[in-house]
Design a protein around this ligand. Structure first.
Ligand code: CA
Length: 647
């Protein structure tokens, strides 16, 4: 009897222990530093992440809710399996031209209360996790609506956040929000609720343990884009689907997919410094091209009059001035912004494109994405929103030799808007046109998925430096955030690098620029987009110093390599990028006092370089410097200033 009781007690304690731990699977990154554990507890599927033995994400929920069945609870573990993935790819549009991706994979299968199956797939590379759901047919049903997701991220209590709120739908200029144009708060405490959640990507500082960047990738026409919401638990953030009020309330919030089907990838990048965050290629590693390019697309630099000369410059004569400017700077493009349809018209546009061609400059033209999503009044309107009109228009654009389009003012993150993005890209490829999106959502793997995709705004961009004193005051602050957050997961078409001292056409009196020339030049390297619009004006050819002009002529927009050097988001940032054998190391300082840094640049050890920097009065100078044999170099960055080092 005593023996039986002992056996009974040990059985109870076994059940108890297994219930508490309930770990059902684990897998590590190829370098062994990042460990994922999956748990099944009380019908909940959970995961946790450890990096170098330290807890980075505590047990966090997995699952989703569909119109057919609930996969967020009463889940029973069935089996798990592991595999490995290894691939190489090249892409000239992203931060690194040649990528080698190696990951260990884990698939965990569950059944729910209705006896339906769901798989959860993980890919674990060094410093990155990508996860998604795999749903088989539900009896004879081959379509499903995914209504919500419980995928969450439970941070250790010491975590602080660097997040940008989603904008309130149908507000702002011509009811065009959300357009990813609110700013960021740096080092905010956990759990601060934003009325409409926070945009992807979100950066989290896990105190002394390191950093986490959350995002998502692989969003095509087959899904909605999502964002982050706070929950009733202060340290738990969750994936949320679009607000119903977007797109003037039209379209649904969830996603309709065919079965068997998969959700897009949610990505988590982890490091003990910001290096893996800046250098991650995870948004591009787990997606594939959706079609072949119809031709070889050329990227590069562009002038645009609108940024300082505004709507009044949308006339034939002013546009020829900016074609001439592009030609003198050896830029590949001119962008002609809104209202050209009315003020120049199609017949004269044909002549203007011919004129640009005679100057070896390609033309990019602005289009309104509308449609019925909001009230944006600028033309051309109703040309991009339906397949019939779009193809007619694109046929004409191809005939007259236009190189690409900037399409603006999208309605939000709903699946129907994701379809519009994809349809524009796909049709444009048929007519050999590149596409830049403005007033738009974050690109999610699109550099790889769509060969003719050439960048998105999705940021509080240069136009707000013209419109807002407050944004001018925070220019340096935001510039120290983008290399670590927004721009690290996708191309960012910012439209900056001004040499006007005053951000006006006359270059005097109002809109004084509060950052130095050195700062402006540094952003041409810090900010990455395969086509960059420069805020250069015709007057800069005579009033800007030769040093500045020489730099904006030669700086590339395509990069073979990107390396984190130093920085803290909101304070300062230093990034190095390489194009062929030319390195550009660039940094800016958002703090009130000058910043002295000892940079470690092993790739430039023992080399003689050119330094462009600001003196104490904010005047920009150049001098020859050398990096010591150990690769060390001391630099002082002025407040609101910046530098570039190049070989
Ligand atoms: Ca905008």
């Amino acid at each position: 009897m005593k023996k039986l009781i002992l056996i009974f007690l040990s059985f109870i304690s076994f059940c108890f222990l297994s219930e508490v731990k309930a770990q059902i699977a684990e897998v590590s990154s190829p370098d062994g530093k990042l460990k994922l554990e999956v748990f099944s507890e009380n019908g909940n599927a959970l995961y946790s992440l450890n990096f170098q033995g330290k807890m980075m994400l505590e047990k966090s929920p997995l699952g989703l809710v569909t119109n057919e069945s609930d996969f967020s609870k009463n889940l029973k573990f069935i089996e798990s399996k592991k595999d490995i993935i290894s691939k190489k790819y090249s892409n000239e549009k992203i931060k690194k031209s040649q990528v080698e991706y190696k990951a260990n994979t884990l698939t965990v299968n569950f059944t729910n209360a209705d006896q339906f199956n769901i798989g959860i797939e993980f890919q674990i590379s060094d410093n990155n996790i990508a996860l998604r759901y795999d749903i088989p047919p539900i009896k004879d049903h081959l379509s499903i609506v995914i209504q919500s997701e419980v995928t969450g991220y439970r941070f250790p209590q010491q975590t602080t956040t660097f997040l940008s709120p989603m904008m309130k739908p149908m507000t702002g200029f011509a009811r065009t929000a959300p357009s990813y144009e609110s700013g960021y708060k740096a080092d905010a405490e956990l759990g601060i609720k934003a009325d409409y959640g926070y945009v992807f990507p979100g950066l989290f500082h896990i105190g002394n343990e390191g950093w986490i960047l959350l995002s998502e990738t692989g969003i095509s026409s087959l899904y909605c884009a999502s964002h982050l919401e706070t929950t009733s638990e202060k340290n738990l953030y969750q994936v949320a689907y679009p607000n119903m009020k977007e797109n003037n309330g039209f379209g649904s919030s969830g996603a309709a997919i065919s079965l068997p089907g998969k959700t897009p990838w949610r990505t988590i990048t982890i490091g003990d410094s910001l290096k893996p965050i800046v250098e991650t290629t995870i948004p591009f590693d787990v997606v594939e091209p959706l079609y072949e390019p119809s031709q070889r697309y050329q990227f590069g630099k562009s002038t645009w009059s609108w940024i300082l000369w505004q709507d009044n410059s949308m006339n034939y004569d002013d546009q020829t001035k900016f074609i001439d400017l592009a030609s003198k700077l050896n830029y590949e493009f001119i962008l002609m912004d809104a209202l050209w349809d009315k003020n120049i018209g199609k017949d004269r546009m044909k002549e203007l494109v011919q004129y640009a061609k005679s100057k070896n400059v390609g033309v990019m033209l602005w289009y309104n994405s509308n449609g019925a999503a909001n009230d944006a009044p600028m033309g051309p309107r109703n040309k991009m929103s339906t397949s019939v009109e779009r193809k007619k228009e694109m046929k004409w654009l191809k005939e007259i030799g236009v190189k690409g389009l900037k399409v603006d003012f999208f309605g939000g993150d709903k699946q129907e808007t994701m379809r519009l993005y994809e349809d524009i890209l796909s049709d444009a490829n048929d007519f050999g046109l590149m596409i830049i999106f403005h007033g738009a959502t974050l690109p999610r793997g699109w550099e790889v998925m769509y060969p003719n995709y050439a960048g998105s705004e999705a940021v509080l961009a240069s136009e707000m430096l013209y419109f807002s004193e407050d944004v001018r005051k925070q220019e340096a602050f935001f510039a120290t955030l983008h290399p670590f957050i927004r721009n690290t997961v996708g191309s960012m078409e910012f439209g900056g690098t001004f040499l006007n001292k005053f951000l006006t056409k006359s270059n005097k009196e109002k809109n004084r620029r509060l950052t130095t020339d050195g700062f402006q030049l540094a952003t041409a390297v810090l900010f990455q987009n395969p086509i960059q619009m420069f805020g250069i004006m015709p007057n800069n050819l005579t009033d800007a110093p030769k040093l500045q002009l020489d730099f904006i002529k030669e700086v590339p927009t395509l990069w073979d390599e990107t390396v984190f050097i130093d920085g803290y988001p909101g304070k300062y940032s230093v990034i190095a990028r390489r194009h062929n054998d030319k390195w550009y190391v660039a940094g800016v300082n958002a703090e009130k006092t000058s910043k002295k840094l000892k940079l470690y640049l092993p790739m430039l050890a023992g080399k003689n370089l050119e330094l462009i920097n600001d003196d104490k009065n904010g005047n920009t100078f150049t001098k020859s410097v050398s990096i010591n044999k150990k690769g060390e170099f001391e630099i002082e960055i002025q407040p609101n200033g910046g530098f570039v080092l190049k070989n």
